[in-house]
Design a protein around this ligand. Structure first.
Ligand code: ADP
Ligand code: MG
Ligand code: MG
Length: 907
């Protein structure tokens, strides 16, 4: 009978699995197997597959048939390979037990080291190593880790035993240190550690009610179950839910022979990236800590050595490490994040994984661009394609975050490690929960912690930036912050945090909860108050990457810009046109608004015309500025869109004013009559314009049909401006866009009138310009009748914000806070359709409108100008349905260029 294989061995140059078997072996196990096959020095071990865990869950915590036998077989194999036996008092085998899900996720079980130790086997360990101090150091670590990881349980659950938490043991350890008068772990001698072990065991018994489990096989079973159970921890569950990772995958268990970095000064442990994780420079990056084990280097317990210094101290080991690093990077074709241990001068590799998720966007971009140029990703164009595909929109987004203004004269109050770049300003909070609640209340916050652990992660997302007191460039805070693109200053030893009274101090400076600080994760500086920031610039590698992306994409990338300065930014970022220039912003500016109000409130045609005549030069000059910046590129200008009352004071404010002035007028015998009348007139006007449902009211093209003078003025301004810049030598391509049409006749009537105006303007200017005339498609009826509409339009621009509102029949402003988020949480909608285009509904309509529109007008130019134009998934859709371009906000332009290339390359 062939039985299901649940256990996979790796060791002595051969493994029963490979990196492809991630689903069964988990990420860590698959890579251990792969590295073994590559001939790297990996301590041997075996992997219990995720299938066993899945079975465990499907069968109420039972192991599948054959699992226990397979584990025994592989354990025996491991014992043979190591020449040691689990539980042997003469020559004991010690192992690590590590969880390893197919996708790395928080909430999974932490690693247990030195499993197999008890009062008997420690004698053998001392005999093997002739190092009593080391043996007791290993033992006290094991008791602490085992208690914390396997038995302490989760806060808020019935199995929770806070007395078994790691920090309780650390407190006991600190007591002994104090009694011995030493401060460093490494200064505690064998006797001291023996004392620590006995106190640990005593404490365990008191807290747990039973002796610490001494049978190594029982320890192993406990640990294996704990790994399986951790798959179902509340944090792992909620993470999987957010990331839509199926619950039935299960986690693997990695059991691996221990190697020891804590046996003396020729031992140590380290964590490195194959390239600088901040800049992407091609040098090893990370830390090495002598005479240490496991997570010591990450936890920042003692000062570790930057890896580049290791080169001087241990040149041979450094070279060997570098060789392995290059080998792994070449093999996996990506930056690697590697954990290693040195035991008595011998190097062992304990883990490799992609360094991409925890390096900065800048580093990822530089590394892949360099690797493509060095031929590490394939030959020529293939390598460039690979680089473009590997780099994600988020990486580019990270580079487009603000930086501290170099001209700002601010003096830092403290300096730490520059762990994740970018500047962040916010008020100080000291707990992740406070970060969540303050951010919900609309505040920008900086999360300040002594150090961070996976329990703090929910406080990262709502924070603008992270500041920690302990830990370096590879600390937990640094890795998570970089992965999320949040600025982070880590290991800022100058600050001293008092969590109880929610403040930190630097000398005499006291910073309390709620005080504003600025952190500069690029340099590692901390400032008091708000320091000015400047917009980001593109690095050379980003420019190169985007030029490669441009050569692969078919979709154009335009921008939404209302002002020349925005247009300039967007053009520098590579925008190929303006897809939406909103004219009403121009109406809102202080000096113009009164004129606009006069125009709206005008009682006669003459009064209205006078106001419009005053507005025209403003508009014309705005357009001149934009046309100059966009020399040679198309500019789509949308005529007035919002309802007119948006330009008038709010109704309730007016009501209050009228009451106020009428009382004052009464009291002071009529002196306020004039003001009162003014307010009353305004109130009456506003009341006459009030609508039950302004989103569907008198706006868009409807305004132009009721009050054609406004859009006639706008078109005169556009065409006049175009003629004027043309005479300066500017290559100008204006496109006039009518918003919110539902019926082709709305467009036809409007267009006929405006074409006349344009003709007149050109005659006045004694020159002609080529212009286009088109419409925004944002009402379902317009999309449904696209073939008719296209006969009158040169272009369509899908206004997907309003189109999503009208297709769903959902008012965005009312929905997002109230029920839309709940829809997403409950899975009624997969995603917020205002962020990511709803392909099945809105998208279907777009696809149909494009096809039908092009049938009657093959030259029809089609784009999208809603916020979706900057969203990678929506951009992919736009590519698929054959739009000519997407238009997005200036800072999204580089992201859109990359996303458009991805869409094409994934085709
Ligand atoms: P994580 O997923 O948190 O990185 P790991 O399973 O990689 O957890 O282990 C945590 C620490 O334990 C790492 O520093 C690793 O180097 C160390 N470690 C794991 N297995 C062994 C082993 N067999 N020998 C020595 N150290 C080990
Ligand atoms: Mg690890
Ligand atoms: Mg609209």
């Amino acid at each position: 009978m062939s039985e299901q294989k649940y256990v996979y061995f790796f060791g002595e140059g051969k493994a029963e699995g490979s990196a492809e078997m991630r689903d069964e072996l988990g990420g860590k196990g698959a890579n251990l197997a792969e590295m073994t096959n590559l001939g790297l020095p990996v301590p041997p071990g075996y992997i219990v597959s995720t299938k066993a865990c899945a079975y465990y869950y499907q069968h109420d915590g039972k192991y599948p048939d054959g699992l226990e036998e397979q584990v025994e077989e592989n354990l025996t194999k491991l014992e043979k390979a190591m020449g040691k036996k689990l539980g042997d008092p003469e020559n004991p085998l010690l192992v690590s037990v590590r969880s390893g899900a197919p996708v790395s996720m928080p909430g999974m079980m932490d690693t247990i080291l030195n499993l197999g130790l008890n009062d008997e086997t420690i004698k053998g360990l001392i005999k093997q190593t002739k190092n009593e101090r080391f043996a007791y150091d290993a033992y006290r670590r094991f008791i602490m880790m085992f208690s914390d990881v396997v038995l302490a349980g989760d806060e808020g659950r019935p199995n929770y035993r806070p007395e078994l938490k790691r920090h309780r043991f650390e407190e006991l350890f600190d007591e002994v240190k104090k009694e011995k008068g030493v401060s460093l772990d490494t200064d505690v001698d064998a006797e001291g550690l023996k004392e620590v072990v006995s106190r640990f065991k005593e404490h365990f018994k008191k807290a747990y009610g039973e002796e610490f489990p001494s049978d190594p096989r029982e320890q192993l079973r406990f640990a294996t179950n704990a790994v399986f159970e951790s798959w179902n921890s509340p944090r792992a569950n909620s993470f999987r839910k957010i990331k839509s990772i199926p619950d039935n995958l299960g986690t693997a268990v990695n059991v691996q022979a221990m190697v020891f970095g804590n046996m003396g000064d020729d031992c140590g442990t380290g964590v490195i990236f194959t390239r600088d994780a901040i800049t992407g420079d091609n040098v090893l990056y990370g830390n090495y800590l002598g005479n240490a084990q496991g997570e010591d280097v990450v936890a920042g317990i003692r000062q570790s050595m930057p890896i580049l210094e290791m080169k001087a101290v241990m040149p041979v080991l450094y070279d060997e490490l570098q060789e392995h690093a290059q080998r792994l990077e070449k093999h996996y074709r990506a930056i690697q994040d590697i954990e290693f241990t040195v035991e008595k001068g011998r190097l062992f590799i304990l883990q490799t994984r992609s360094g991409v998720p925890t390096a900065t966007g800048r580093a990822v971009i530089k590394a892949f661009v360099d690797m493509a140029e060095d031929g590490l990703l394939g030959k020529g164009e293939a390598g460039r394609q690979q680089a473009v595909l590997e780099i994600q929109p988020d990486h580019v987004d990270q580079l487009l975050h603000p930086q501290i203004d170099p001209k700002a004269k601010a003096k830092p109050i403290a300096k730490g490690v520059n762990a994740s770049p970018g500047a962040a300003v916010g008020t100080v909070v000291f707990t992740p929960d406070d970060a969540v609640s303050e951010a919900k209340a609309g505040k920008n916050v900086i999360l300040v912690r002594p150090e961070t652990t996976p329990d703090d992660v929910h406080g990262f997302a709502p924070a603008q930036g992270i500041l920690t007191q302990i830990g370096g460039a590879t600390s937990h805070a640094a890795l998570v912050a970089r992965g999320m693109g949040k600025p982070c200053v880590a290991g800022c030893g100058q600050i001293s945090i008092d969590l109880a009274s929610k403040k930190f101090t630097i000398g005499d400076i006291v910073v309390k909860e709620g005080d504003t600080i600025t952190i500069d994760g690029t340099k590692g500086n901390v400032y008091l108050g708000k320091v000015p920031t400047i917009p980001p610039e593109m690095t050379d590698e980003l420019k190169k990457l985007l030029s490669w992306a441009d050569s692969f994409r078919r979709l154009g990338v335009w921008t939404n810009a209302d002002y020349p300065r925005d247009a300039k930014v967007a053009r520098d970022f590579g925008a190929e046109g303006i897809g939406l220039c909103r004219t009403e912003h121009m109406f809102m500016e202080t000096e113009r608004l009164p004129v606009v109000q006069d125009m709206i409130l005008a009682k006669t045609a003459e009064e209205r015309q006078t106001a419009l005549d005053r507005l025209l030069p403003f508009q014309r000059d705005d357009f001149i500025g934009i046309f100059r910046v966009m020399d040679g590129l198309p500019v789509i200008i949308r005529l007035i869109d919002p309802p007119l009352h948006e330009f008038l004071p709010a109704h309730d404010k007016l009501l209050k004013d009228v009451t106020k002035f009428s009382m004052a007028n009464h009291q002071f015998g009529g002196v306020f009559a004039e003001e009162l009348k003014e307010k009353e007139d305004m109130l009456r006007a506003v009341e006459s314009m009030r609508e039950m449902n302004p989103m569907l009211g008198l706006r868009g093209c409807r305004l132009g049909l009721v009050m054609p003078e406004i859009i006639e003025m706008q078109v005169r301004a556009i065409i006049t401006a175009a003629c004027m810049v043309k005479k300066e030598g500017v290559d100008v391509h204006p496109e006039i866009m009518i918003p919110l049409i539902g019926h082709v006749n709305e467009l036809k009537v409007t267009k006929d009138k405006l074409v006349e105006v344009a003709k007149q303007a050109m005659e006045e200017q004694k020159t002609t310009v080529d212009y286009k005339f088109g419409t925004m498609i944002e009402i379902p009826r317009a999309a449904l009748t696209a073939d008719d509409v296209a006969e009158v339009a040169d272009f369509f621009s899908f206004g997907t914000n309003d189109l999503t509102q009208t297709v769903f029949g959902i008012s965005r402003d009312d929905a997002e806070g109230k029920f839309l988020m709940r829809y997403v949480e409950q899975g009624i909608l997969e995603r917020n359709p205002f962020q990511t285009l709803d392909r099945d509904g809105v998208g279907k309509l777009i696809k149909m409108a494009v096809e039908n529109g092009r049938k009657t007008n093959p030259k029809l130019e089609v784009g999208i100008c809603g916020e979706h134009g900057g969203d990678p998934s929506s951009i992919e859709f736009c590519h698929q349905v054959g739009l000519n371009y997407v238009s997005c906000s200036p800072f999204r332009v580089p992201i859109a260029r990359l996303a458009a290339a991805h869409a094409r390359l994934k085709e």
